[in-house]
Design a protein around this ligand. Structure first.
Ligand SMILES: C[S@@+](CC[C@H](N)C(=O)[O-])C[C@H]1O[C@@H](n2cnc3c(N)ncnc32)[C@H](O)[C@@H]1O
Length: 282
């Protein structure tokens, strides 16, 4: 019998078991106040799997020999994927006016490919914003080249990012000339969607990556790393570990950008602050 009853609840023990698994697996803090949110989000899985209750879902999850497939759905259900084009615009302003010119001076984009990484990219607005900025900036240089990697733990958002289709209203923060240059409206106007132009889509690669992994399997010497609006979900020790690992992938002179409500105070990192929430690798 499928459960649709909203009064269906996880027992406190089952919630603790699930919360502890989630915290270890993907670093996201799961205090008791998140119980209602998790229950709400997992009800869909309970129904899809035809299980009788949330507690039955928990048993099902932990009874599998290999939590493999279901883990993807569990993570999709507990992650918060809010994102926007040109979110925290001062970061892009910094790159345009200071970061990219300094990197170009050191050869990035001109003598070699500039490498950028959006390390919790959600549905792709962040790496595509970076692609627009880099494409526009590079027009002033002959043969300017860059590559962008977008990674996230959640496969549902990665599928959307790869498709590059968004509701029309999502591009309202995009400057008008960029909207014209980098987006196509759906032929069927009633859909009210836009799609990132193929050339821009081709400049971003997407892949699944868990920031909790000991090794990221990503190339070293990256020029720009965005790790924004994800650290807040981690505890302090996890934040420091993740940032230390990201620093290993950052080229000296490269930039790390974190979210406006995130901080690095008290962490031991080879970084120097160049502007609020913007750091340079020493
Ligand atoms: C709030 S969104 C931020 C998106 C984007 N960086 C921005 O600022 O607009 C946080 C993203 O982090 C992802 N995430 C959560 N835990 C993660 C982990 N352990 N490894 C990688 N990504 C993770 C979520 O799936 C979600 O898409």
């Amino acid at each position: 019998m499928a459960s649709s009853a909203t009064q269906d609840r996880l027992s406190p023990q089952q919630f603790r078991r699930l919360a502890s698994f989630i915290e270890t697996y993907c670093g996201i803090k799961m205090p008791p106040v998140k119980k209602v949110m998790v229950e709400g989000r997992l009800r869909r899985r309970v129904n899809i799997l035809g299980l009788s209750s949330l507690n039955a879902y928990c048993d099902h999850f932990f009874e599998q020999n290999d939590v493999g497939d279901e883990i993807i759905h569990l993570i999709d259900a507990v992650t918060t994927n809010k994102t926007e084009f040109f979110r925290e615009p001062q970061h892009f302003q910094f790159l345009i006016t200071q970061g990219l010119p300094a990197l170009a001076e050191a050869g990035a984009g001109c003598n070699r490919t500039l490498k950028a990484w959006s390390a919790a990219c959600s549905t792709g607005a962040e790496p595509y914003t970076l692609a627009m900025v880099l494409h526009d900036f590079g027009a002033a240089y002959r043969g300017y080249r860059y590559s962008i990697l977008g990674t996230d733990i959640c496969t549902e958002v990665l599928d959307k990012a790869l498709l590059g289709i968004y509701p029309e209203e999502m591009i309202s923060p995009v400057p008008e000339p960029f909207r014209k240059r980098y987006f196509l409206r759906a032929r069927d106007r009633t859909k009210r969607t836009v799609r990132v132009m193929p050339d821009l889509r081709a400049s971003v690669r997407f892949g699944r990556l868990n920031l909790m992994d000991e090794q990221y399997g990503v190339e070293d010497m990256i020029d720009i790393i965005f790790c924004r609006n994800i650290l807040i979900y981690f505890d302090k020790a996890t934040q420091e570990r993740v940032l230390q690992r990201l620093c290993h992938h950052l080229r000296p002179g490269g930039y790390l950008l974190i979210g406006h409500s995130e901080a690095t105070a008290g962490f031991s990192l080879p970084l120097r602050s160049v502007a609020p929430t913007i750091f340079m690798r020493e």
